[in-house]
Ligand binder design. Structure first.
Ligand code: AMP
Length: 280
């Protein structure tokens, strides 16, 4: 695996490779890698001839300065992990490299970034679009791999590729979970042992919402159940729980037979904000 920090080096390397490489797979990350990230690398390796992973904690997608500051960073360990799974290129640029000048681009995703994560983290998806479009322009991948854990992000990135008319296929990969069901996340390591134990309620509630739907409960009843479960314990602070149309992500009012639905949650456990989702 080659580690590259400068854009010019990346471009020289990729231009040399491009003649012999049919397809480039790209996995953008913010590091502090876990098996969820590595599953994206595995997919890329399966589907493409060359795999590029980027590690860049993108400041423009953080709407909370403390969150950015405390975001875990462990480049050495990450590089070892990526090497061990056969990643070909690790691109680890600095902030100045990605944003030599302030990125003032404003993207328009219509209603899609006014909901859920977009509503609760103002500017977040504009920052995601800034960094992803910049990285796509540099790596020029054939396919880019994203985790369904960030369900809305996958939809935003698909919309971005369409808007910019980029010849890149976006592949959504399944959520990898810990043994107790908690969706793997770099933020999990910020949880105290008590919070980590408590966090398993989140995936459990997602499963329960699926069961409740099967039992014929209404959306209002499911929401009421989830909210009550979380308000029973002070360690949790629910940010949102929503049941949406899985294709449009619009808030669903009632279940109909010819639509698919997804439950999405953002909940603080202590001070750590965790997200999860499950197709119902
Ligand atoms: P991040 O480093 O959090 O920006 O995540 C980088 C990529 O890994 C994103 O596409 C995430 O959706 C994906 N990802 C994060 N956690 C998981 C997980 N538990 N399972 C699968 N993919 C994940």
């Amino acid at each position: 695996m080659i580690i590259i920090t400068k854009i010019v080096d990346l471009q020289v390397f990729l231009s040399k490779k491009i003649s012999q490489t049919k397809t480039i797979g790209f996995v953008p990350t913010m590091g502090a890698l876990h098996l969820g990230h590595l599953s994206l690398i595995a997919q890329s390796k399966k589907q493409c001839n060359l795999t590029v992973c980027s590690i860049f904690v993108n400041p423009t997608q953080f709407n909370d300065a403390t969150d950015l500051k405390k975001y875990p960073r462990m480049p050495k360990k990450d590089a070892e992990l990526l090497k061990s799974v056969g990643c070909d290129v690790l691109f680890m640029p600095t902030v100045n490299e990605i944003y030599p000048t302030k990125d003032t681009r404003q993207f328009n995703f219509g209603y899609l970034d006014t909901l859920l994560e977009g509503a609760n983290r103002p500017g977040h998806f504009n920052g995601v679009a800034q960094v992803v479009s910049r990285l796509f322009e540099l790596v020029k991948p054939t396919k880019a791999f994203f985790g369904s854990k960030d369900y809305q992000q996958v939809m935003i990135v698909k919309a971005l590729v369409k808007q910019l008319n980029l010849p890149i296929k976006i592949i959504a990969c399944p959520i990898l979970r810990e043994k107790d069901g908690l969706a793997m996340s770099s933020r999990n390591m910020l949880l105290s042992p008590t919070e980590r134990k408590a966090a398993k309620l989140i995936p459990l509630l997602m499963q329960q919402s699926k069961t409740l739907k099967k039992e014929g409960k209404t959306i209002a009843e499911i929401k009421h159940y989830i909210k009550t479960e979380l308000t029973n314990h002070t360690i949790y602070k629910l940010n949102y729980f929503a049941i949406c149309n899985a294709t449009t992500l619009k808030n669903a009012k009632k279940f109909t037979t010819n639509n698919t639905y997804v439950a999405l949650i953002a909940c603080y456990v202590g001070n750590i904000r965790l997200i999860d989702n499950l197709e119902l």
